[in-house]
Design a protein around this ligand. Structure first.
Ligand code: 4AD
Ligand code: MG
Length: 466
């Protein structure tokens, strides 16, 4: 049910079959073209769909010469008139205006989004306006669809939506790539010889922006059985790549009594649901990506939805990489992390998503469950063509003694994670979960090459504008 409004969305106008009928629309001018026949064509968009609605404004309108003929890209308008079947090709309907009211003029001298095409890089300089372009508008609608789909999927699967803290004192991933949170006056401290005293700080201990809500989600999974957290995540990794952001959104389900196999099944059902929701709800936007951004995207997603995901152990993956003829920049060796180029190669030979499992324990965080071989952990990464790793997850170490040993080996202070360790003391259970990077999912679905173009306001090293 859509709440009744005083006006009609452009999306509804474009697909309406109830014609002719009076409507009012509200939106922004994309283009104006004056015809010799005594009227102007206005292309209006309100962000409810990729396509515009064509408004035909006749010269008889009282503000025709004064205002309508001065309309430029970016002006906001309210148009009332008769929605009719369009005789023109490429559009089902058009609006014959009885009145065009200008709400806000747009300075054509300085407005950056003129007809001319701009590179995505250039558009990032106008991140406050770029959603008014076809591509960014479509990306943001798909991003919204994926977010809604995430909530619906987990609700359907009986997962409780959990809010985990953004400020935390633990480093879940153990990579040390954290943003410090402090209220201490750093300029003043730097100028004095006094040592940095965290006891004086707001939380009286070192705190950071979270790199993952997993540890907190695990605690709730041992009470509510199935939970998921979905929120902003921060990593101070100084990597300027097309798949890394300093602030991104991650969805992390965590389920009690799940093992690695259950976890892989969940991830596969989840991704397939998200992809199929995008195809069924964002048809026009997906057609656009299919034609303009990555040819064949729709068929690719359809085939991913139909086929079971491939599974491969890390050890098998390394063997395949060593045996292939491809020249890699980074050498492959058992025990080292796979690089983006290796991941891309693996997805290309498989021709679709692949779930890599059983990574060496030495390259994975302390919380992953140690396998019987003693060398690997019950980890799983989902890799997709083009993007590479989209999901990282694992079965968790539920055995108290093994967890304590792993923490000691990793140099973690057990006393700082006492509450996490407690879960293994009080009714421990096998459990598992994963994290999906929302932006990487949007990148994969849309085919957008750079992660900076699938989040409204990207944060990357040296860039926190807007
Ligand atoms: O593999 P990661 O680091 O896993 C975790 O954080 C686990 N605690 C998740 C869990 O088991 N609950 O990150 C998960 C995903 C990656 O697969 C990737 O999609 C995304 O988060 N990601 C990033 N996305 C954008 N920019 C970055 N800097 C990212 N780092 C990770
Ligand atoms: Mg990972």
């Amino acid at each position: 049910m859509i709440a009744p409004m005083d006006w009609t969305t452009i999306d509804a106008c474009r697909t309406s079959t109830e014609l002719p009928r009076p409507v009012e629309i509200r939106g922004w001018i994309r283009t104006r073209r004056d015809s010799k026949g005594g009227f102007s064509f206005l292309e209006v968009n309100d962000g409810t769909s990729l396509g515009n609605l064509q408004v035909v404004a006749p010269a008889e309108l009282e503000n025709y010469a004064e205002e309508i003929q001065k309309l430029t890209a970016g002006c906001s308008v309210v148009v009332k008139g008769e929605l009719v079947e369009s005789p023109a090709k490429g559009q089902a309907t058009e609006l014959h205006a009885n009145s065009v009211r200008v709400i806000g003029w747009c300075d054509g001298e300085t407005y950056p989004l003129q007809k001319k095409r701009h590179s995505f890089e250039k558009l990032r300089e106008w991140s406050h306006l770029r959603a008014r372009t076809n591509t960014l508008g479509a990306v943001m609608r798909v991003r919204n669809r994926i977010s809604q789909s995430i909530h619906r999927f987990f609700d359907d699967e009986g997962f409780n939506y959990l809010h985990t803290p953004i400020i935390t004192a633990s480093d879940c991933e153990g990579a040390g790539e954290m943003f410090r949170v402090t209220t201490l006056n750093l300029e003043k401290l730097a100028g004095s010889n006094r040592p940095f005293d965290t006891k004086q700080d707001f939380f009286q201990k070192p705190t950071h922006l979270t790199v993952s809500g997993q540890l907190e989600a695990e605690t709730y999974a041992t009470a509510l059985s199935r939970v998921y957290t979905f929120g902003p995540t921060f990593r101070a990794e100084n990597s300027n790549t097309s798949r890394h952001l300093a602030e991104f959104w991650m969805v992390e389900p965590e389920a009690a009594f799940y093992d690695l196999h259950d976890n892989m099944q969940l991830a596969e059902r989840f991704l397939k649901r998200v992809f199929s929701d995008c195809l069924s709800h964002c048809g026009e936007d997906m057609e656009f990506f299919n034609e303009r951004i990555e040819k064949g995207k729709i068929d690719q997603l359809k085939s991913v939805i139909e086929k079971p995901f491939e599974h491969m152990t890390y050890t098998d993956a390394v063997e395949r990489l060593l045996a292939c003829d491809e020249k890699f920049e980074y050498p492959v060796e058992w025990g080292t992390d796979l690089q983006a180029e290796h991941e891309r190669y693996l997805t290309s030979v498989v021709g679709g998503p692949v779930i890599l499992t059983d990574y060496p324990s030495s390259i994975k965080p302390f919380y992953m469950r140690v396998s019987d071989d003693g060398k690997t952990v019950a980890a799983m990464d989902v890799l997709v063509p083009g993007v590479g790793e989209i999901i990282g997850g694992s079965q968790r170490e539920e055995r108290l003694d093994v967890l304590q040993r792993r923490m000691a080996e990793g140099g973690l202070d057990e006393s700082e994670y006492w509450w996490y360790v407690d879960l293994r003391r009080y009714g421990t259970v096998p459990h598992a979960g994963f994290g999906l990077g929302l932006e990487r999912a949007v990148q994969y679905v849309t085919g957008m090459a750079n992660i900076r173009d699938v989040i409204p306001f990207p944060r990357t090293p040296g860039n926190a504008e807007f």
